[in-house]
Design a protein around this ligand. Structure first.
Ligand code: NAD
Length: 454
């Protein structure tokens, strides 16, 4: 090939100049919590909240709340007594009011809003009671345990005119705000294909959490935990590893897909459920009696693009979303965002004419260059650059998500991830599980507001 003039390199050179996609320095983004509350909040404007559910996520929230201006935790509620202590420690207040019964919190007139961080099958009834009691609600993701729950919650929030935020905090992340800015700028061209995954490879990543030594039927209100789930004898595995069981959670769909879908819906400005889904996967390693697979892959059809999601609990791949456009590619990988432009300037054909005789190649190239004259020296466009962004050390999108919610409580302007948004992404995880368990295509029937077999 050394004498062949038609090398790819040569053609790039012969064309309108190489698109030198040079790499820019990484830009470190700044937290948004500062802009969520630009002025110091007057004591009279302080929002008093209570956490219902103070397990892993509830305690994370309580700690994060100490960094959000203008709010105060006045009570905590959990069915397991040691979590009252953990919550008081997290909020740095040994005197915070504690209870096992969330209704005593809803009765308090000094509680403006509640944070619902319970197992998923408990979200709906606490949410509906909180709406009826006039509280604004930050409810953890996935919003619903079933499709029916989600629509009932949307209707209840509307009827009681409540401010609601659902807890996929990436929607408030400055990294995702930058991703949305790039997407909306049109620099990606048209995006028909989005791939995302979230892989982890550890017992903790697969929810095999240790059982605390003091757990018992005395320290835990087991019947209140079951609520409307099938009655069964006390089983601490079910209480602490509830994500593994269909009675209380939605497996990888509810735990991780919903975060990926929320990020995708936010960036693309989507606020409808996917049209349909197909799933595959299996339980390969964590064969501990759980209901859900440890590997699931789902293919979603949306009106204007297609999404592929994967969660694999048998590899340490981390968190990834790729937006593949006709003019560029945008990748979110853990705490970094990269935008890479593509060379979309016209180029002469450089492949299929290998099979042409030289005289025809020359003729083609001559004509092509006549039809695509190179610009005058001063009219060359500046080459696009790779853009790279990162989150600062210690950044918490949970703090920003809380700050956005409390700002909405003050201003009465809804957040992006309100109950409708949260319902649509939760439907995405229900579609994935329906397709997996039924071994069929799951179709969203919008007229009936239910999932049917395709
Ligand atoms: N946004 C995120 O990144 C994120 C992370 C983890 C969990 N979550 C979500 O947060 C929720 C809780 O998850 P977790 O990991 O903290 O679970 P967890 O098991 O650690 O804690 C749940 C707690 O809720 C309590 N609870 C259940 N029903 C209750 C009731 N009726 N009244 C009072 N307390 C009740 C339980 O006693 C338990 O301590 C889930 O919906 C989960 O999907 C979100």
């Amino acid at each position: 090939m050394s004498n062949n003039p038609l090398t790819r390199r040569k053609f790039i050179h012969l064309g309108t100049g190489a698109l030198a996609a040079t790499s820019a320095a990484k830009v470190v983004l700044q937290p948004r919590v500062l802009s969520a509350s630009p002025r110091p909040v007057a004591p009279s404007d302080t929002i008093r909240f209570a956490s219902i559910g103070t397990g892993i996520r509830g305690c994370e929230h309580l700690e994060a709340s100490l960094r959000v201006p203008g709010i105060e935790c006045v009570a905590v509620c959990d069915l397991y007594d040691s979590r009252h202590i953990a919550a008081a420690e997290a909020v740095n207040n040994p005197n915070v009011a504690v209870t096992r019964d969330y209704r005593t919190i809803l009765d308090r007139k000094d509680v403006d809003s509640v944070l619902i961080a319970t197992m998923d099958h408990q979200h709906r009834h606490i949410f509906e009671d909180a709406c009826a009691a006039g509280k604004d609600i930050y409810c953890e993701k996935p919003m619903s345990h079933t499709v029916e729950d989600g629509f009932a919650m949307v209707e209840t929030a509307r009827r009681h005119n409540r401010m609601v935020a659902i807890g996929s905090q990436r929607v408030s992340s400055v990294l995702y705000a930058k991703a949305k800015e790039i997407y909306d700028s049109g620099k990606l061209g048209e995006v028909f294909c989005i791939n995302a995954y979230w892989d982890r490879n550890s017992p903790s990543g697969a929810w095999v959490y240790p059982i605390p030594p003091d757990a018992s039927e005395t320290t835990i209100d087991w019947n209140a935990f079951l609520y409307n789930a099938p009655k069964r004898a006390y089983d601490p595995v079910r209480f602490f590893r509830w994500r593994c069981f269909t009675d209380y959670g939605e497996g990888l769909g509810g735990d991780l897909f919903v975060h990926l879908l929320s990020g995708i819906h936010f960036v693309t400005g989507t606020n409808t459920p996917a049209l349909r889904a197909q799933s595959t996967g299996g339980l390969y390693h964590f064969k501990d009696g759980r209901d859900f697979p440890d590997l699931i892959e789902t293919f979603y059809d949306y009106p204007n693009f297609r999404v592929t999601l994967r969660c694999n609990l048998n590899n340490d791949g981390g968190e990834f979303i790729g937006f593949y456009g006709t003019q560029g590619t945008m990748i979110i990988k853990d705490a970094t965002l990269t935008y890479s432009p593509q060379n979309t300037r016209p180029q002469p054909e450089d492949y299929s004419i290998f099979g042409w005789p030289k005289s025809l190649r020359d003729q083609y190239l001559k004509q092509w260059h006549a039809e695509h004259p190179e610009p005058e020296a001063l009219n060359w466009e500046v080459d696009s650059e790779v853009e790279s962004y990162a989150l600062p050390h210690g950044y918490s999108d949970t703090v920003d998500h809380q700050a956005n919610f409390y700002n909405a409580v003050r201003t009465r302007k809804p957040v992006v991830e309100n109950e409708v948004f949260g319902n649509n992404t939760a439907i995405g995880c229900h579609l994935a599980n329906f397709a997996y368990f039924n071994k069929s295509i799951a179709v969203w029937d919008d007229s009936q507001k239910k999932i049917v077999k395709g």
